[in-house]
Design a protein around this ligand. Structure first.
Ligand code: M6R
Length: 609
């Protein structure tokens, strides 16, 4: 979603703003802009195109300055256009914003009554005029922003600049991410650390309700009531290399191939030890997990699919009833709270608005046993939950989630074993066997990646199709769902996933020679059932692309293409089987020439509802 960069320094900050925006491009955006104060004047450059277009425009205008704000916009209010691109201005004041202001219409109409004229369709412009009205009433810039935030309902991270006061920039956050960067000879703020690594590793995470003033020599933070507050400075361990493409064509490709390493890092926690312990999930885990009788998983998109796989594991291995819900549904549903339920929220970014709201909803209902499985340690979701497991996938830049998913599955496997053990359902030899399989997982994934050339050939064959059907059974049904999501997300081929047993209850009507059917077919106890379902497809002329594994014993024949994964991997088989589906969609997207890392209409972190 939208990305923000703010900078004030003793040297030209325009290159810093532009490089920061480049690093935020992965979040997803449709327009970009920046504003600086130079020679006592506010100057604004906006583009309905990419950051590269904005950089060209800024160069043409000869923009250079010591203070500025910049933004990539993912449209919510108003179409993507230069007119709606940020920054929005009011007099000599400029504002960039990430989030949604829910009461903007009320603020807008009050300001219109006072003579303010709105030029865009955005909610952000209301913030600009609101702050301007506070300045006009005599407040200084810092206080004007603070006063304005008190009137805002909804989610925001904002950066503000005024030509009347070029010695400072002001930022504020509530419900949308924002952190400060403490540099030498400059102060910065951005939506995430990646944008600031170019200038500093010293970062300060703002809390909801914080307002910060940035000057060349330092910063101060106040709460909404004006009381000063201190926040710790962290040294970011994120390396600049981690967010570089290196030898790869796309971040998605890089991240698919990083999975062995991401899994190894995530599972390092059990590398030497011979057993699982509740402490894997935090110091309070023994107390929080004690007496858990059921599990409720809340998540969105790919993270939701990870939860669906875990349901099979939790019920069969830990014997705990498990429900998995789409966060955006759960948060508004009348559900029956149960204090003995462990609420597990899964999120790569830790920023997803619906998942965060679902977690808060569960807490408000008295469900205090909460665990966040997340890839971003300082994120809002992690801070809200009582327990945490940080997947160590490293930054995931491609909009299509890949290494986050497989590391989430690794975390959920550990949770399953831990809960099984606490419930007395994990004999020592089973525990040793599962741990051995987990430790070997990075190697097993590496071997699956070697199938890439064959998958590439398959992708060539069906990249021209309009539709595709994905089938799976048991814990591989969510893998089929994940495969379909990947394909539609980045190649724009319409794809649906079904539990294979459901085929004859409706979707079989869609099958003909133009409908490729992709089947996830591990050698497990459901294989024979699945084979019957595949016969039903063949009998209607459907072309089958089957991902089998060692022991699946499905023969190639006309219209039946088989790719065999090198190992069958028992409970953890879904972790292996998702990898070829990721590669398949990646290569189909390459053939179609889509923007793999930034697919149309999508954002990496969905920080609004
Ligand atoms: O950051 P999160 O894991 O909470 O994100 C949830 C979804 O938005 C995300 O998984 C989305 O579905 C991916 N783009 C799918 O590849």
């Amino acid at each position: 979603m939208c990305g923000i960069v703010t900078a004030i320094s003793t040297s030209d900050i325009v290159p810093v703003l532009l490089e920061g925006l480049r690093k935020l491009e992965y979040r997803g955006y449709d327009s970009a802009g920046l504003a600086v104060v130079a020679d006592g004047r506010l100057r604004r450059v906006r583009s309905a195109g990419r950051v590269a277009d904005l950089a060209a425009l800024a160069a043409r205008e000869g923009a250079s300055a010591r203070v500025g704000i910049a933004h990539t916009r993912w449209a919510t209010h108003g179409v993507p256009s230069e007119r709606n691109a940020h920054p929005h201005v009011s007099g000599g004041l400029a504002v960039v914003h990430n989030g949604i202001i829910e009461n903007f219409e009320a603020i807008k109409s009050a300001l219109e009554n006072r003579g303010y004229v709105f030029e865009s369709d955005t909610d952000t412009e209301a913030i600009a005029h609101l702050i301007h009205s506070k300045l006009a009433a005599g407040a200084d810039l810092f206080d004007a922003v603070r006063q304005a935030t008190v009137e805002l309902t909804g989610a925001y991270a904002i950066g503000v600049l005024s030509e009347a006061d070029p010695a400072r920039a002001v930022v504020a956050r509530s419900g949308a991410p924002l952190l400060l960067g403490v540099g030498e000879g400059g102060m910065y703020a951005a939506s995430d650390t990646a944008a600031l690594l170019q200038v500093t590793r010293n970062v300060v995470y703002l809390e909801d309700g914080d307002v910060a003033e940035l000057c060349v020599g330092g910063y101060r933070i106040v709460r909404a009531d004006g009381s000063p507050v201190e926040r710790p400075v962290h040294l970011s361990s994120l390396s600049a290399d981690a967010v570089e493409l290196g030898q790869f064509r796309h971040y998605m490709q890089k991240e698919i191939f990083e999975q062995p390493q991401a899994l190894a890092q995530t599972l390092e926690i059990i590398a030497g030890g011979g057993s699982v312990t509740p402490q894997l999930f935090g110091a309070r885990a023994p107390e929080v997990l004690d007496g858990v009788r059921r599990v409720l998983v809340l998540a969105c998109g790919t993270s939701y699919h990870a939860g669906l796989v875990a349901r099979y594991w939790l019920e069969s291995v830990a014997k705990l009833p498990c429900t998995v819900e789409i966060a955006s549904e759960y948060r508004y549903r009348d559900s029956v709270p149960d204090p003995d339920t462990l609420v597990v929220v899964i999120s790569q970014s830790g920023e997803t608005a619906d998942t965060l709201a679902a977690l808060k909803h569960a807490l408000a209902q008295g469900m205090q046993r909460t665990l966040a499985i997340c890839n971003v340690p300082e994120s809002a979701i992690v801070r809200e939950a009582s327990l945490r497991f940080i997947t160590r996938a490293g930054p995931e830049i491609g909009v299509a989630s890949t290494k986050a998913f497989t590391t989430q599955l690794a975390a959920l496997a550990l949770l399953t074993l831990t809960l099984a053990k606490l419930g007395g359902r994990l004999p020592a030899e089973d525990e040793a066997h599962h741990l051995q399989n987990l430790r070997h997982l990075p190697v097993a994934v590496q071997k699956v990646l070697e199938l890439e050339p064959a998958i590439e050939r398959w992708a060539q064959r069906f990249a021209g199709k309009q539709h595709a059907l994905f089938l799976g059974r048991g814990s591989h049904w969510p893998i089929a769902m994940e495969g379909a999501l990947k394909l539609k997300e980045i190649s724009y081929i319409h794809a649906e996933a079904y539990a294979a047993g459901e085929l004859k209850h409706g979707p079989l009507a869609l099958v003909d020679k133009n409908m490729p059917v992709i089947a996830v077919a591990p050698a497990n106890r459901l294989l024979e059932k699945l084979k019957s379902n595949l016969q039903e497809v063949r009998a209607r002329g459907g072309e089958l692309y089957v991902f089998a594994d060692a022991g699946s014993e499905i023969a190639e024949s006309e219209g039946v293409h088989i790719l065999q994964l090198p190992e069958h991997y028992g409970m953890l088989s879904p972790v292996l089987h998702v990898v070829p589906l990721q590669l398949l969609s990646y290569h189909a997207a390459l053939v179609k020439g889509t923007d793999v890392d930034k697919p149309r209409n999508l954002a990496k972190s969905v920080t609004v509802e």
